[in-house]
Design a binder for this molecule. Structure first.
Ligand code: NAD
Length: 418
């Protein structure tokens, strides 16, 4: 696994790859490859034993030409300034690909949350929210969950912000619990768009999803929901993995039972519905119809890509393929549905949540899912048109052609200030 691939350089090379098909000046393009600003802060938090610990945290606001900065907050030991910059840039182009009126941002704290108690995580989250307060806001920058954060952390950020601002402003973060202003369907949204995009891709290739075999790498919020929904569509999930390893059963794994096992024991391995245990790498290289990477960046690099046997890859994770892997898989005619479309369900339903918060009027889950499906189906069709009209090498490049043009147009229409 290529630990060395810098995700920020991957983002920039993805933009460069698309640029020759976009009507944009090189100086504007330069702007579109760099974040507007990055906060780097050191949070001092009291632990349960009374001692203090310092945690490094970041928030990158990459581009706000199309609307408020929008993007998650990640708690992970691998968080770095460049990772946060890359993730914030991917948010810009994701929102533009699906046509929702947001820019892109992302935050992260360098921490292994498993090592800390819930009260310590709460103090840390509130300390970060206090630091973020001047730069976030319902029309400014709207955080959301990412790896190792969820409704609980969003509720704490909202409460800290509202307390300090002496107001009620649920739309300052998305991904909240429904009782705190969250939207129906938000938890499922990322996995839902991943499988909707896969369904459209199978349709495009004239392949049958019914009975198709699927492998899912990463069994967190994005991965397990994708597994559950693709199973409901008639496909067979034959393999899944988390950071503890992988499981395989040619006859199919019950996605809900596997998730319950992970919930009870902390890991997917040891699930008794699996015929055998396999490695994380095996999960990525199985001969399946559809592979869903749903863990972290750089899961498939140039070394592993020649061994990948899937026909279609739907990227639930952000940045799971390095640019070198992309090249190899394009040569092999693997249809890769890029992250900035496949996992855009998360930010799309975050947008619905923000709209509902602003109107203080809440939608049914049915309406959320219908509106999400319409957006993903339309965005996929735009990609196909762009891919075919420009005779492009990959759907990823098609997505960047669509998205970079939209951001460049917004910037040029606004003009520069001062
Ligand atoms: P999560 O913390 O809920 O789950 C992550 C999963 O990946 C865990 O099961 C973990 O064990 C597993 N994992 C970590 N390293 C692994 C490895 N080397 N091999 C196999 N599994 C591994 O996180 P999540 O919210 O599901 O996010 C997963 C990915 O989806 C991230 O790239 C995130 O940026 C992206 N994403 C999430 C959302 C969302 O709404 N949650 C939205 C868009 C994109």
């Amino acid at each position: 696994m290529s630990e060395q691939t810098n995700p920020f350089e991957s983002l920039q090379s993805q933009i460069d790859e698309a640029s020759s098909h976009v009507d944009v000046d090189s100086d504007v393009l330069e702007r579109l490859k760099h974040p507007e600003r990055v906060l780097e802060t050191n949070l001092t938090v009291e632990l349960d034993d009374g001692s203090l610990e310092r945690f490094k945290a970041f928030r990158s606001q990459f581009n706000g030409d199309r609307g408020p900065y929008k993007g998650g907050i990640r708690y992970h030991p691998g968080v770095s300034r460049d990772e946060v910059k890359a993730l914030s840039g991917w948010m810009v182009y994701k929102c533009a690909t699906v046509g929702i009126p947001y820019g892109g941002g992302k935050g992260g704290i360098i921490i292994d949350p498993d090592e800390y108690s819930a009260t310590e995580i709460e103090r840390l989250t509130r300390a970060f929210a206090k630091e973020l307060r001047p730069m976030i806001g319902v029309d400014r920058d709207v955080p959301a969950p990412d790896v190792n954060t969820g409704q609980r952390e969003m509720n704490w950020i909202k409460d800290t912000y509202e307390t300090l601002e002496n107001t009620t402003e649920p739309g300052v973060v998305t991904g909240k619990a429904p009782d705190s202003g969250g939207s129906e369907g938000r938890v499922e949204a990322t996995g839902r768009s991943t499988v909707l995009a896969a369904r459209e891709a199978f349709d495009y290739l004239d392949k049958d999803l019914e009975g198709a075999t699927v492998a899912v790498q990463g069994y967190g919020n994005a991965g397990w929901i994708a597994a559950k929904l693709i199973h409901e569509m008639g496909a067979t999930v034959v393999a899944a993995s988390d950071s503890s390893g992988g499981i395989y059963n040619a006859d199919g794994i019950d996605p809900v039972a596997a998730k319950d096992h992970k919930h009870e024991t902390g890991s997917i391995t040891g699930y008794d519905g699996a015929a055998e245990e396999i490695t994380n790498e095996d999960v990525l290289t199985l001969d399946v119809d559809l592979l869903i990477p749903a863990a972290l960046e750089n899961a498939i690099d140039g070394d592993l890509a020649p061994d990948v046997q899937a026909d279609v890859i739907s990227e639930a994770a952000n940045g799971p393929l390095t640019p070198e892997a992309d090249e190899i898989l394009a040569d092999e005619d693997v249809l890769v549905i890029p992250d900035i479309l496949a996992n855009a369900g998360g930010v799309t339903v975050s947008y619905f949540e923000w709209v509902q918060n602003r109107q203080r009027f809440y939608w049914t889950e049915e309406r959320v899912n219908e509106e999400l499906e319409a957006i993903i189906v339309d965005a996929f069709a735009d990609l196909v048109d762009t891919y075919e009209a420009n005779d492009l090498r990959s759907f990823r490049t098609a997505a960047y052609v669509v998205a970079v043009q939209r951001v460049a147009d917004a910037f040029e229409e606004a003009g520069t200030f001062p």
